[in-house]
Design a protein around this ligand. Structure first.
Ligand code: SER
Length: 895
């Protein structure tokens, strides 16, 4: 049974019993604790926690959620069942059926006949586990479903109590396993062997809320959830593996074609007969190609942090595995095309994004192949050095520092370094490497925390987030009366704050915009009576709580006090101009570059904006000009700006852009300018009419990492100031050159031409003058031990090339004489080029110019070498030249 059909059957089974089929949310949801969606229940979290009412008619839903888990990345291809991307099919009950309903629903789908829409699994091969003391679940399995007691096993917290690993809903669970047979491992059920008995479905009886704590087994239960719920997760890829009768999840209809493509590209063979190592590499390519493709589809681009880093690591592991299998040419395009083909039936949106996905993946491959080249060079040099410095008998160890440099600067995964080291007969100082990594992590973590929330621990705000989210009034007004519901100083809750202190203020409502969606936070003030607090930053915590970072500039204020909160009007005006201008630029960009130019990030602060988007080519000046023109035309068009609160589905129908990070059922805010011209999901603040934006000056574009580019622009008065500065500059130059500004390009080209010609002429004159001196130089020759010796320090700034010309000329003039010419000069930065020439007769007497250059080098801190008749060098200390000349004569004396 094809994977796509397994999906369909799952959905149909639950739709028939009243569940609403909900599309998969993006892999990227706006949750600071989650890099990627890692379970089917993630988009439903607010319903489980009782924060929102589930919008499904029967309180029942079903979904097949895209999930990414990269914690087990090292396991990929080694075990038979670890995918970094997988599809979790689930049914969800919000306060409706509980254990019995979940168990019976799962059983009937798994064991139902294929003709009736089931999976047709043999009930004799199914085992289940329940949480230690969950007799209720065990009894349902046995008495109502008929699973014999010996195939019901009990496991503890680690295995059979499910939570997201972070605070959120949780509960005991019951897992269903399929016995793949004795060739896969020992008898004895899932507690004995989790390879033979493969987990396929997890039924979570979601009933509690988990607090802070570590991992799966060690956390506090905060209390029961408002209702008892069901969250289940069936691994589509594992069911496919069973139903397709293949050995592992990498050989199903979705991934096997990638393995086949890799066989063709690399010439290596997969399967029996191949080494374990090679087979793992094939599976890594298949698994990572899919995960990489799905991440790019959802808007991730390769980078050095967070999600971008994970994508980069996956793509690099593909490339490396392919090379280790023997690929010599780039292979990414083929892998991506293959996986897009197999995945499109279930994810039709891939079709519209093919070109973009290819572009991003191929750009990363190009970058990594280059990296691989320069990193390999660094590695080889390090190996060379080690070999020449350490004695043969001692083991050669690549320092942790070098390994870290390879990782940090060249993007070498440590296992690549280890493998290359092994091939070169080296060991790697892993302790040193880990230390350097740990140090870097500590720095990054400290950086991040300091950046986001000062030194405060987030748990400090938890109660406010849950009970008193801030009401944002700033869409309608710039001034609000508010109550102080929280004060924080130095990471501690306090009851009052005083003049001169830096504090954090939490209000019940606030007109100040908190930084989000690229728009910087509002500046503003809070005041009551004589007391004044200047707000310099506003950050959102948990999406709901506004934390105002302020300085008490007069008086003091108590918890519970009433204040007036006021936005700095000028600041806000500048910020909305920039933010609205960003929407116009985004729209213009897509008109000019097409829909594959997808937004990757933005920043808007008063007067300035930048906009990052996925695109691998540099924009031409003509494209930039067109983008600027369309943007300013939209300003001039006087478009009214409308905001609409609606459902995500409705927004999609309206054609809204930037849908990443939203989940089904969310209420979203759509900002529309000029009807179809620009429609975006956006929580930011905007002008009421595009004409308020004023001029927008596009400054240019640049690359920001592979596959992404950045446009920068000024808006409003800053755009005016920019233009007026540029104009003044051009006018100044025109005046200086006494021409019209439109003649500038031609005149500058002429001047550059002239300058080049003049420089060339100077060069020639310089050389001619030097040549004119050769007669004098020969006149100043002395005789040492029968050699005619000419040693001259020429004027400063004679190049090495010119030294050679002059030396050759002198040598020629000396004819058959046994002569030695030594010339030197001094250049900028203390560089001292020098040259030694020896005539034929001198060479016949045993003179070697190369040796003489070595002698000079010793006096001028230099190095050099060459042939017996001509050798050249360069030193760092011209002071030593006289002594060098003397030493040379001594040497000739002895020759
Ligand atoms: N949330 C559970 C899991 O991820 C079941 O869906 O396993």
């Amino acid at each position: 049974m094809k994977t796509h059909e397994i999906r369909e059957r799952f959905t149909q089974h639950f739709v028939k019993t009243g569940h609403e089929a909900v599309p998969s949310a993006s892999l990227i949801l706006d949750d600071p604790n989650l890099l990627f969606v890692n379970a089917g229940m993630v988009p439903f979290k607010p319903y489980f926690l009782g924060q929102q009412n589930p919008p499904f008619p029967n309180g029942l839903a079903t979904s097949i959620q895209k999930c990414v888990r990269t914690l087990d990345i090292e396991e990929v291809g080694i075990t038979t069942r670890h995918n970094t991307f997988f599809q979790m099919a689930g049914n969800f009950s919000f306060g409706q059926y509980f254990k019995e309903g979940a168990i019976k629903n799962a059983w009937s789908l798994l064991t139902g006949s294929v003709e009736d829409g089931g999976f047709g699994l043999d009930p004799e091969r199914l085992w289940v586990t329940v949480y230690l003391d969950d007799d209720e679940a065990a009894d349902i399995w046995h008495e109502q479903v008929g699973v014999p007691r010996e195939r019901i096993q009990r496991l503890g917290m680690e295995d059979n109590y499910w939570s997201m690993g972070i605070p959120g809903p949780c509960g005991p669970c019951s897992e269903i396993y399929y016995d793949r047979g004795p060739e896969y491992g020992a008898e004895g059920g899932p507690v004995a062997d989790d390879n033979r008995y493969m987990e396929i479905w997890n039924l979570v009886f979601m009933q509690n809320e988990r607090g802070e704590g570590i991992g799966k087994g060690n956390f506090e239960i905060l209390g029961p959830l408002p209702k008892k719920n069901i969250d289940t997760g069936l691994g589509i890829e594992r069911v496919a593996c069973i139903l397709q009768g293949v050995d592992n999840v990498y050989e199903t209809d979705l991934l096997r074609p990638v393995i086949d493509a890799a066989e063709e590209l690399t010439g290596a063979k997969y399967g029996e007969g191949a080494s374990d190592q090679d087979n793992i590499r094939f599976r890594v390519i298949a698994d990572h190609s899919r995960t990489g493709m799905m991440l790019i589809l959802d808007g991730v681009t390769p980078g050095n942090e967070g999600r971008g880093y994970i994508l980069r690591r996956l793509l690099r592991r593909i490339i490396r595995s392919a090379r280790l299998l023997g690929a010599t040419a780039p292979s990414m395009e083929r892998f991506m095309n293959t996986i897009m083909d197999t995945m499109t039936p279930s994810y039709p949106e891939i079709a519209d994004n093919r070109e973009r996905i290819l572009r991003v993946a191929i750009a990363e491959e190009k970058a990594f192949l280059k990296t691989l080249e320069s990193g390999t060079k660094l590695f080889d040099e390090a190996v060379e050095e080690l070999k020449s410095t350490s004695r043969a008998a001692t083991p050669k160890i690549l320092s942790g520092e070098k390994a870290f440099e390879l990782h940090d600067t060249y993007g070498f995964p440590i296992d690549l370094t280890l493998e290359m080291a092994q091939e070169a007969g080296l060991e790697v100082d892993m302790d040193g490497f880990n230390e350097a990594m740990g140090e870097q992590r500590r720095r990054a973590k400290a950086d991040n925390q300091a950046k986001k929330h000062g030194h405060a621990d987030l748990s400090l705000y938890r109660e406010w987030v849950d009970n008193n989210p801030t009401v944002f009034t700033g869409y309608e007004t710039l001034t609000s009366d508010a109550k102080i519901i929280g004060l924080v100083r130095d990471g501690q809750k306090v009851n009052e704050v005083h003049e001169g202190e830096q504090v954090e203020v939490i209000l019940d409502q606030s007109p100040l915009y908190a930084e989000a969606g690229g728009q910087t936070a509002d500046r503003g003030r809070l005041y009551a009576g004589e007391s004044l607090l200047e707000v310099g930053d506003v950050q959102k915590i948990g999406k709901k709580l506004w934390v105002h970072k302020a300085t008490v500039t007069a008086g003091g204020i108590d918890l519970g006090a009433s204040v007036t909160a006021e936005v700095d009007e000028k600041w806000r005006h500048g910020a909305v101009q920039a933010h609205s201008a960003t929407h116009l630029i985004h729209a213009a960009l897509r008109q000019v570059l097409g829909p594959t130019a997808v937004q990757a990030g933005s920043l808007n602060r008063p007067g300035y904006l930048r906009f990052d988007f996925n695109y691998t080519e540099q924009l031409s000046p003509a494209q930039l000009e067109e983008i600027a023109l369309i943007t300013n035309q939209a300003v001039d068009a006087h478009f009214a700006v409308n905001t609409i609160e609606t459902s995500l589905e409705q927004a999609k129908q309206m054609g809204a852009m930037a849908l990443f990070g939203e989940s089904y059922g969310s209420q979203v805010r759509v900002v529309e300018m000029g009807g179809p011209f620009s429609i975006e999901l956006c929580g930011g603040t905007h002008v009421a009419n595009t004409s308020e934006i004023g001029p927008v000056s596009v400054l240019g574009e640049s690359s920001v990492g592979s596959g992404a580019r950045r446009i920068e622009a000024y808006s409003g008065m800053d755009a005016f100031r920019y233009y007026s500065k540029e104009t003044a500059l051009v006018e100044g130059i025109s005046r200086e050159l006494k021409i019209q500004s439109e003649d500038l390009p031609e005149r500058i080209a002429q001047l550059t031409e002239k300058l080049k010609a003049a420089e060339k002429q100077i060069d020639e004159l310089h050389k001619a003058r030097l040549m004119a001196q050769t007669a004098d130089m020969i006149g100043g020759a002395i005789t040492v031990n029968g050699f005619t010796v000419i040693s001259v320090r020429l004027p400063n700034n004679v190049s090495g090339g010119d030294l050679r010309t002059v030396a050759t000329d002198i040598k020629n003039r000396l004819g058959d004489e046994a002569g030695v010419v030594v010339l030197a000069s001094e250049n900028e930065g203390g560089k001292t080029p020098f040259i030694v020439g020896a005539t034929k007769a001198a060479v016949a007497r045993g003179i070697k110019a190369g040796d003489l250059v070595k002698t000079i080098s010793g006096y001028v801190d230099g190095k050099g070498g060459g042939k017996p008749d001509m050798a050249q060098g360069s030193g760092a200390n011209a002071e030593g030249l006289q002594a060098a000349f003397n030493a040379l004569r001594d040497e000739l004396e002895k020759a």
